[in-house]
Ligand binder design. Structure first.
Ligand SMILES: *[C@@H]1O[C@H](CO)[C@@H](O)[C@H](O)[C@H]1NC(C)=O
Ligand SMILES: *[C@@H]1O[C@H](CO)[C@@H](O)[C@H](O)[C@H]1NC(C)=O
Ligand SMILES: *[C@@H]1O[C@H](CO)[C@@H](O)[C@H](O)[C@H]1NC(C)=O
Ligand SMILES: *[C@@H]1O[C@H](CO)[C@@H](O)[C@H](O)[C@H]1NC(C)=O
Ligand SMILES: *[C@@H]1O[C@H](CO)[C@@H](O)[C@H](O)[C@H]1NC(C)=O
Ligand SMILES: *[C@@H]1O[C@H](CO)[C@@H](O)[C@H](O)[C@H]1NC(C)=O
Ligand SMILES: *[C@@H]1O[C@H](CO)[C@@H](O)[C@H](O)[C@H]1NC(C)=O
Ligand SMILES: *[C@@H]1O[C@H](CO)[C@@H](O)[C@H](O)[C@H]1NC(C)=O
Ligand SMILES: *[C@@H]1O[C@H](CO)[C@@H](O)[C@H](O)[C@H]1NC(C)=O
Ligand SMILES: *[C@@H]1O[C@H](CO)[C@@H](O)[C@H](O)[C@H]1NC(C)=O
Ligand SMILES: *[C@@H]1O[C@H](CO)[C@@H](O)[C@H](O)[C@H]1NC(C)=O
Ligand SMILES: *[C@@H]1O[C@H](CO)[C@@H](O)[C@H](O)[C@H]1NC(C)=O
Length: 821
């Protein structure tokens, strides 16, 4: 979402434009979207919420309540209103006659945003690098607790599973866990449980294929109107890549899903009946409600019929009285409004928000932070351990020559670079509402571009670094507003105080020679790579930061580079410098950034994080999906963004094209070494497999997709001299043509004592072995085909290999109806 109220709503696309297959072009300018590749088939009517799902009891209560409500009351539940009494980003009004107190919807994925006395959690990218399901749960549960105490009813992320990270320069990739759908989905499901166990409705966003910021929003330039880009993709790519993590969150019972800004196959996602009625509510059996991203609604009747349940921030733009009227004149059946209201109230009941002991709606969300107000301190001291723990686990050590780290009782160390100290402010910033901790970089870009994502030509390039301080989170609605920020400089100072170390620092004059004090044992150089909602990045490294690093390295034989990166950061400008002994991709650790870093570099704890994306040697290695799609003059009015690479993003693409990355997906060092042995593969003998799933639909899809059908185990031994946690990874090579060489389908993380051997386990569910059959519109097994199994420490360090074949009693030729084991 974003915080300003203006909307350049233009012609309604979706249903109308799909049928308007005339007048495609006029001269060189395309004036209709009809001729393009991607068209979404009409899928009606909107399915009513199931009565036998995870929310069955709550659905029954909601249905009973809805039966007592007037049409106006029901419509009131579906649209946002302005509530000057609180600072919530979105409000649903109270319905006093039924004792419904209203709802507060508030960002965001790294903590409650835009308020005080809350924590600044690590960003998604950082949590992703932990590959720790327990941590993803605890983090979300702590965050959900803070949202609950502030009176937030719906927490707008975590999880963020879209963008997935197709575009390497994508401005919001850092909000999610990984660009691998399996890892993203696993941590997202834990996040849904964590948030909802705290009594807050989780909102999984952004559905779907919201893979870039450029052109995400319809806009007007003079007299011309431009539609949002249409993300066009085939059905297989949709299912195997972008939809996969959404299925995990629906399976986990996410109470809401946010539909995204752009068009998909030429129909705005928030009125795309195929995606909402068809894919989300029928195929995945989603039983919560669909809410728009802020201002992402483009029609009234059409969006309701297409399955949209709630619009934000204002019902008045397309719904409210108009929706009532549309029911009265027969354009929208009242049963659709009943279902919208039922889905919203069912989630509300399910999370216990009807309880008398719930804090008041938005009670801790002061409407104006610049005026004195009652303090609602939402933090829980018990969460301090989780916040520091997540900060530690997301650091990824990617270079460490001759065990440069951990430090060994240094007498003198030096700190350099703009990213070592706290930024100049952590306060409500003028012009951005209300406390958009966008850090300096976003302000330096045009705020208009930042918030509205206008046509690319109107936006200045995004300054890739944030040279006035250390970053702990990215900018825009995924940002956060911590009560304090523990900077690297502060943490090193405290450690120096304890140890009696000589600390030197120079955060400004880093381009002159002879700045390095003669007895310095280690030089830490801090740089960053910033990103924000609303604008894509203009590169994956910057010359200014690279020259800072090289300048220090030229003068200091033990140079340790720390990069706080809101997305992929390339290191090749200094990677081979002989004096660069260690590099830490420190990502976005949240408020305890410095403490976590100092614990790691002093060896209080071994780093254990691993990359959840590929770091290339050169930007060009990402090919056509390095940079966002920018429309040509010809298709500027109906921009067409074809996802022609299919599922081949990130490591799937690097593997397929045999490009050697600098650091592969899944890579990360610890302070010890591990060896892998003893791969075991066994089928779950109780499972009899037909080619296609046969069970009914439960939330998440067919029930049997979730059955564990194979188990893989491997032994891992700590052969070094430090206690550390290892993240063991399982990749599958699925049988069949046009399959990625390897896809992540399992991971396990455990602590290992020096000399200890543990067994890592990888349960494989039916869905993990399936591919999407466009013809059958089903997940399909490949009987008779060989499933290749790879287990190891990263996507390119896979010492254990094996395989299995599905066999069975059926015709065995891959036709539906046979049975295999
Ligand atoms: C095509 O463009 C011309 C000049 O720009 C305009 O006069 C004409 O009305 C347009 N025709 C259509 C069908 O839009
Ligand atoms: C999008 O369009 C492509 C090409 O026509 C089609 O194969 C695919 O099924 C469509 N998907 C959706 C969700 O509309
Ligand atoms: C609908 O909500 C508005 C406040 O936004 C309120 O004024 C109105 O009375 C409500 N209507 C009903 C029927 O509850
Ligand atoms: C927009 O249209 C109006 C009315 O037709 C015209 O006067 C004006 O010059 C146009 N502006 C631009 C930028 O084309
Ligand atoms: C219906 O929509 C129009 C156009 O957006 C708006 O001006 C009007 O106030 C709406 N009517 C009601 C009853 O909400
Ligand atoms: C019914 O009302 C809606 C909302 O005002 C309007 O958009 C639609 O055109 C109306 N339909 C008819 C048939 O009057
Ligand atoms: C750093 O902050 C100062 C003042 O706050 C500002 O003038 C300067 O432009 C900023 N530098 C950068 C590179 O953003
Ligand atoms: C350092 O100086 C060199 C040469 O004058 C220049 O190219 C580079 O941009 C400078 N780097 C920084 C970080 O100021
Ligand atoms: C490495 O650092 C030393 C100073 O300790 C310096 O003399 C040497 O030139 C540096 N090496 C390179 C390749 O810059
Ligand atoms: C890991 O093993 C390599 C080679 O066997 C060795 O050079 C290195 O020092 C070991 N690292 C640690 C941290 O034990
Ligand atoms: C995973 O996270 C939990 C909760 O933060 C933590 O206690 C545990 O040590 C972590 N596990 C590993 C193997 O790092
Ligand atoms: C596969 O088996 C089915 C059922 O026995 C049969 O109808 C079909 O022709 C077979 N297909 C092939 C390619 O052998």
């Amino acid at each position: 979402m974003f915080g300003k109220s203006a909307l350049f709503a233009t012609a309604s696309a979706g249903l109308l434009s799909i049928s308007a297959a005339q007048s495609a072009t006029n001269g060189s300018v395309v004036t209709s979207d009809a001729p393009f590749y991607g068209q979404s088939p009409p899928t009606y009517p909107a399915p009513e919420v199931r009565r036998d799902g995870l929310f069955a009891e709550s659905v029954a209560k909601a249905r009973a309540l809805v039966a007592t409500m007037t049409l106006e009351e029901k419509v009131n539940l579906t649209g946002g209103v302005t509530n000057p009494g609180n600072g919530c980003g979105g409000n649903i009004p109270a319905v006093p006659s039924i004792g419904f107190p209203g709802m507060c919807l508030q960002d965001g994925p790294a903590g409650v945003r835009g308020t005080d006395f809350v924590s600044g959690f690590a960003a998604g990218i950082h949590t992703g690098a932990s590959w720790n399901r327990t941590l993803a749960y605890s983090r979300a549960n702590a965050m959900g607790g803070e949202a609950y105490r502030k009176g937030v009813s719906v927490a707008l992320g975590p999880p963020v599973v879209g963008p997935l990270g197709r575009i390497a320069e994508g401005g919001r990739n850092w909000e999610g866990f990984s660009n691998d759908p399996y890892l993203s989905g696993a941590l997202a499901a834990e996040s849904v449980h964590g948030i909802q166990d705290a009594g807050v409705i989780a909102c999984t966003k952004h559905f779907i294929a919201n893979e870039q910021e450029t052109n995400r929003i319809a806009t007007r330039d003079g007299n011309k109107s431009y539609q949002s880009s249409s993300t066009n993709m085939d059905d297989k790519t949709l299912h195997e890549l972008y939809l996969w993590p959404f299925a995990d969150t629906v399976h986990a019972g996410t109470g809401s899903v946010m539909c995204s800004y752009e068009r998909f196959n030429n129909s705005y996602v928030c009125q795309n009946s195929k995606l909402i009625n068809g894919v989300l509510k029928t195929e995945l059996g989603f039983e919560g409600f669909v809410v728009t991203d802020w201002f992402a609604q483009h029609s009234g009747v059409d969006s309701s019929l297409a399955g949209l349940d709630m619009t934000m921030p204002s019902g008045a733009t397309y719904w409210a009285g108009n929706l009532t009227q549309a029911v009265r004149n027969g354009s929208v059946p009242e049963t659709r409004i009943d279902d919208q209201a039922t889905r919203i109230l069912a989630a509300w009941y399910e999370l216990g928000l009807d309880s008398k002991s719930s804090p008041g709606v938005g009670v801790g969300m002061a409407p104006n932070l610049l005026a004195p107000h009652t303090i609602v301190d939402a933090r829980d001291a018990a969460d301090a351990e989780v916040i520091l723990g997540e900060a530690i686990e997301g650091h990824v050590l990617v270079k460490n020559v001759n065990n440069a780290l951990p430090l060994k009782d240094p007498r003198a160390i030096a700190l350099y670079g703009y990213d070592a100290k706290a930024p100049d402010y952590n306060a409500p910033s003028p012009g951005l509402s209300p406390w958009s901790i966008s850090l300096q970089s976003t302000d330096a870009a045009s705020p208009i571009c930042g918030f509205y994502g206008l046509v690319a030509s109107a936006c200045p390039p995004f300054p890739i670094n944030a040279p006035n301080g250390s970053i702990w989170v990215g900018g825009g609605s995924g940002g956060n507003t911590p009560t304090y920020f523990y900077s690297p400089f502060q943490a090193f100072s405290e450690r120096a105080f304890q140890d009696g170390t000589q600390l030197l620092w120079d955060f400004e004059n880093v381009n002159t020679t002879s700045t390095v004090y003669g007895n310095t044992e280690a030089c830490f150089i801090f740089i960053n790579a910033m990103a924000s909602e609303g604008i894509d990045r203009s590169g994956l490294h910057d010359n200014f930061s690279d020259s800072l690093v090289n300048n220090i390295a030229d003068q200091c034989s033990n140079t340790i580079v720390v990069v706080h990166n809101a997305g992929i950061a390339l290191v090749d400008a200094y990677y081979d410098h002989p004096n660069v002994t260690a590099i830490i991709l420190a990502q976005l650790p949240g408020q305890d950034s410095g403490r976590a870093l100092v614990d790691i570099v002093y060896g209080e704890i071994s780093p254990s994080g691993k990359l959840t994306y590929t770091v290339a040697k050169n930007e060009s290695d990402y090919g056509a999906i390095l940079s966002p799609y920018r429309p040509s003059a010809q298709d500027a009015i109906y921009p067409q963004d074809d996802f022609s690479e299919g599922v081949y993003i990130d490591y799937r693409a690097f593997d397929a094209q045999n490009i050697e990355p600098r650091f592969e997906f899944g890579f990360g060092l610890t302070y010890t070494n591990f060896t892998y042995s003893n791969l075991r593969i066994s089928s779950n003998s109780s499972a009899t497999l037909s080619q296609y799933p046969t069970d009914g639909i439960i939330p998440g899809g067919h029930a049997d997709l979730w059955d564990v059908v194979y188990n893989v185990y491997a032994d891992v031994k700590n052969t070094g001299e430090a206690i550390a946690a290892e993240i063991a990874q399982l990749y599958l090579g699925l049988p069949g043509n046009d399959q990625p060489i390897r896809q992540l389908r399992g991971f396990d993380k455990q602590w290992l004592d020096v000399g200890e051997t543990v067994t890592m386990g990888f349960p494989l569910r039916r869905r993990d072995l399936s591919t999407w059959s466009v013809e059958a519109q089903q997940w399909e097994l490949a009987p008779g085909g060989t499933y290749k199994v790879y287990v190891g420490a990263s996507s390119r360090n896979l010492p254990l290999t094996g395989s299995f074949t599905l066999r069975g009693s059926g015709n065995g030729n891959g036709t539906a109806g046979g049975y295999w084991k």
